[in-house]
Design a protein around this ligand. Structure first.
Ligand code: PEP
Length: 269
C-alpha cells in the first residue's frame, strides 16, 4: 500500500445553496488574500460554488491565477436535451470546472439520487474529462444498527460501476457520514480513519491494491479548523470536504493551514 505522503492532500469547500455571484466574488477574493500567507502550494484547494456563481468565480481565479481549482456540486448524467433545470458536464467544462461532487448525501436524500444515478453521473463526469468526488456515508440509523461498513461497501461498489478502467486517477471518494453533516458533531478521527480505510479496502478488492493506494479519500462532516489536523493526521484521510466552514475565508484558510501542517511545511512531504 502506497504511503499517504504520495497522495496530494485536498481541501474542498462545498458552498451548497449559499452566496449569490456578488457574494461569491467577495469570498473568493478574501480567500485569495488570506491564502497568500499560507503554504498551500502542495495542497489541492477547491471551491464548489452554486452554478450561478461559476462564471464569476472562474473569472477571478483566471484573472489572478489563483491556486484554487473550480468544482461544481452536481451535474446531469446526460449530454443535452429536454431536461429542464439540469446542467451538463460539457457546460461545466466550458467554465473551467475541473471537479464535480457526485452523490452528495443531500442529492441522495432530498432529490432521490439513487446508487445507479450516482454511477451514471460519475461515468458522465469522467467521460467529459473531469474529476469526480464521489460522496458516500451512512445515516445515523444505519450507524446505530452497526451497518456502517455494509453501507459503505455497497455505495462504493455501486459507484465504481460508473468508473471505467483507467479513469480511476480522476476519482476521489469522500466519506461523509450523514449524521455529521451540518450538525456540529464530526466523526472522531478514529471513526474517520476506520471508515476511510474500509473504503480503500473495497476499492482494492474491486480494482487493485495499486489503484486503492493512490486514490484520495476525503472526510466531510462538521470539519472545522480545530479538528482538521487530527482528521487529516490519520493515515487514510487525504483531505477534507468542508461545508459550513468553507463559507468563511478565515476558517477555510485555517483548515488549509492545518492540513498543510500535517504534511510538513511547505505542504506536501
Ligand atoms: C458537506 O455538506 O459536504 C459538509 C461536509 O458539510 P459540513 O461541513 O457543513 O458538515
Amino acid at each position: 500500500m502506497a504511503q499517504k505522503t504520495t497522495r496530494t492532500p485536498m481541501v474542498a469547500g462545498n458552498w451548497k445553496m449559499n452566496l449569490d455571484h456578488v457574494e461569491a466574488i467577495h469570498l473568493i477574493q478574501a480567500l485569495a488574500l488570506r491564502l497568500r500567507s499560507t503554504e498551500s502550494s502542495q495542497i489541492d484547494v477547491v471551491v464548489h460554488p452554486p452554478f450561478t456563481d461559476l462564471r464569476s468565480v472562474e473569472g477571478i481565479i483566471g484573472a489572478d491565477s489563483l491556486p484554487i481549482r473550480l468544482g461544481a456540486q452536481h451535474c446531469s448524467d446526460l449530454e443535452s436535451g429536454a431536461f429542464t433545470g439540469e446542467v451538463s458536464v460539457g457546460m461545466l467544462s466550458r467554465l473551467s470546472v475541473e471537479l464535480v461532487l457526485v452523490g452528495h448525501s443531500e442529492r441522495r436524500q432530498f432529490f432521490g439520487m439513487t446508487d445507479e444515478l450516482v454511477a451514471s453521473t460519475a461515468s458522465a463526469v469522467l467521460g467529459g474529462g473531469l474529476t469526480a468526488i464521489i460522496c458516500v456515508g451512512e445515516s445515523a440509523e444505519q450507524r446505530a444498527d452497526g451497518e456502517t461498513t455494509t453501507v459503505l461497501t455497497h455505495q462504493v461498489e455501486m459507484a465504481l460501476a460508473g468508473v471505467a478502467s483507467g479513469a480511476e486517477d480522476r476519482v476521489l471518494f469522500a466519506y461523509e457520514p450523514i449524521w455529521a453533516i451540518g450538525t456540529g458533531v464530526a466523526a472522531t478521527e478514529v471513526d474517520a480513519q476506520m471508515a476511510c480505510a474500509h473504503i480503500r479496502s473495497v476499492i482494492a478488492h474491486e480494482r487493485t491494491e495499486a489503484i486503492a493506494s493512490t486514490m484520495r479519500i476525503l472526510y466531510g462532516g462538521s470539519a472545522k479548523p480545530d479538528n482538521a489536523g487530527d482528521l487529516v493526521g490519520q493515515p487514510d484521510v487525504d483531505g477534507l470536504l468542508v461545508g459550513g466552514a468553507s463559507l468563511d475565508a478565515e476558517s477555510f484558510a485555517a483548515m488549509i493551514e492545518a492540513v498543510s501542517a500535517c504534511y510538513g511545511s511547505p505542504a506536501g512531504k
